[in-house]
Design a binder for this molecule. Structure first.
Ligand SMILES: Cc1cc2nc3c(=O)[nH]c(=O)nc-3n(C[C@H](O)[C@H](O)[C@H](O)COP(=O)(O)OP(=O)(O)OC[C@H]3O[C@@H](n4cnc5c(N)ncnc54)[C@H](O)[C@@H]3O)c2cc1C
Length: 231
């Protein structure tokens, strides 16, 4: 589905990250993403970071041409979007631990809101942490980790996850974040016999499983993912 939506509100999440809120009637599941067309620049994938009836949002970290251009958009401007795409998280397990690393926190936030599950939010430093207010409101327990120790646990998301798994068991871990974080989350879950669902990223073009741009082995990240189980 292709649509034009109007930006209703912009929230400054961090020095390099903004949330764009808009009304959109589409049905979206936590973990799904949309393609955003930025005229003259590119069309890029963005996780849906907020799902509240007809109001949705995306949370964008400015890292390159398209995302920096998107940061120049103002309230009232229009966005061309396609989607939603991808499978999203399976939230049928009730007892889950959710982990968001860096801007990957945006992809897991609707799952935090919907489940109220225990949550870890991790970032390099305090100034890179995003969406703590929403997580504090909805998560049963919120634990924070920073690589430099400027807030919360001094260490990375996976180290904190391992600490928490000593105290409590979960049916499944749900995570999105930098690939290195997901890799070590996967390794730890393998060792511990722990189920997990990990949301992966690749460059994408069509978003709908046709172009093959985001293939990883025999899987299309856009269509077969972006959320994958440990298997
Ligand atoms: C399913 C999915 C969901 C996403 N959700 C979000 C989200 O919620 N918020 C958000 O801010 N970003 C998200 N992203 C990433 C976002 O799409 C990219 O940051 C964006 O495409 C970069 O475009 P750009 O033109 O600004 O940067 P470019 O100019 O294309 O790149 C700038 C730099 O970042 C690197 N880079 C760009 N994209 C990626 C990537 N996907 N993986 C590794 N390195 C990359 C480039 O190599 C380059 O060094 C998501 C990506 C996917 C696949």
């Amino acid at each position: 589905m292709s649509d034009v939506v109007r930006i209703k509100r912009i929230i400054d999440e961090a020095y390099d990250t903004k949330t764009f809120v808009f009304d959109w009637d589409a049905e979206v599941r936590p973990g799904q993403f949309i393609m955003i067309w930025i005229p003259g620049t590119d069309e890029i994938p963005m996780s849906v970071s907020g799902i509240c009836e007809h109001t949705k949002s995306i949370t964008v970290k400015a890292i390159g041409d398209a995302t920096k251009r998107l940061h120049e958009f103002k309230e009232g401007d229009r966005l061309s979007i396609r989607g939603p795409f991808g499978n999203g998280f399976d939230l049928s397990d009730k007892n889950v631990l959710i982990i968001g690393g860096g801007v990957g926190t945006a992809a897991v936030m609707p799952a935090v809101v919907q489940t109220g599950a225990d949550t870890i939010i991790a970032a390099r430093s305090e100034r890179d942490l995003i969406m703590l207010d929403r997580a504090e409101k909805h998560a049963a327990n919120l634990w924070i980790a920073t690589d430099d120790g400027s807030k919360g646990f001094h260490g990375n998301a996976v180290q904190l996850m391992k600490e928490k798994l000593k105290e409590k068991s979960y049916d499944c871990i749900l995570a999105c974040g930098p690939e290195v974080m997901l890799y070590f989350t996967y390794k730890a879950c393998e060792e511990l016999g722990q189920d997990c669902q990990l949301s992966l990223e690749r460059y994408m073009k069509c978003g709908a499983g046709v172009c093959g741009c985001c293939v990883m082995d025999d899987k299309r990240i856009c269509k077969d993912g972006p959320v994958f189980t440990k298997d």
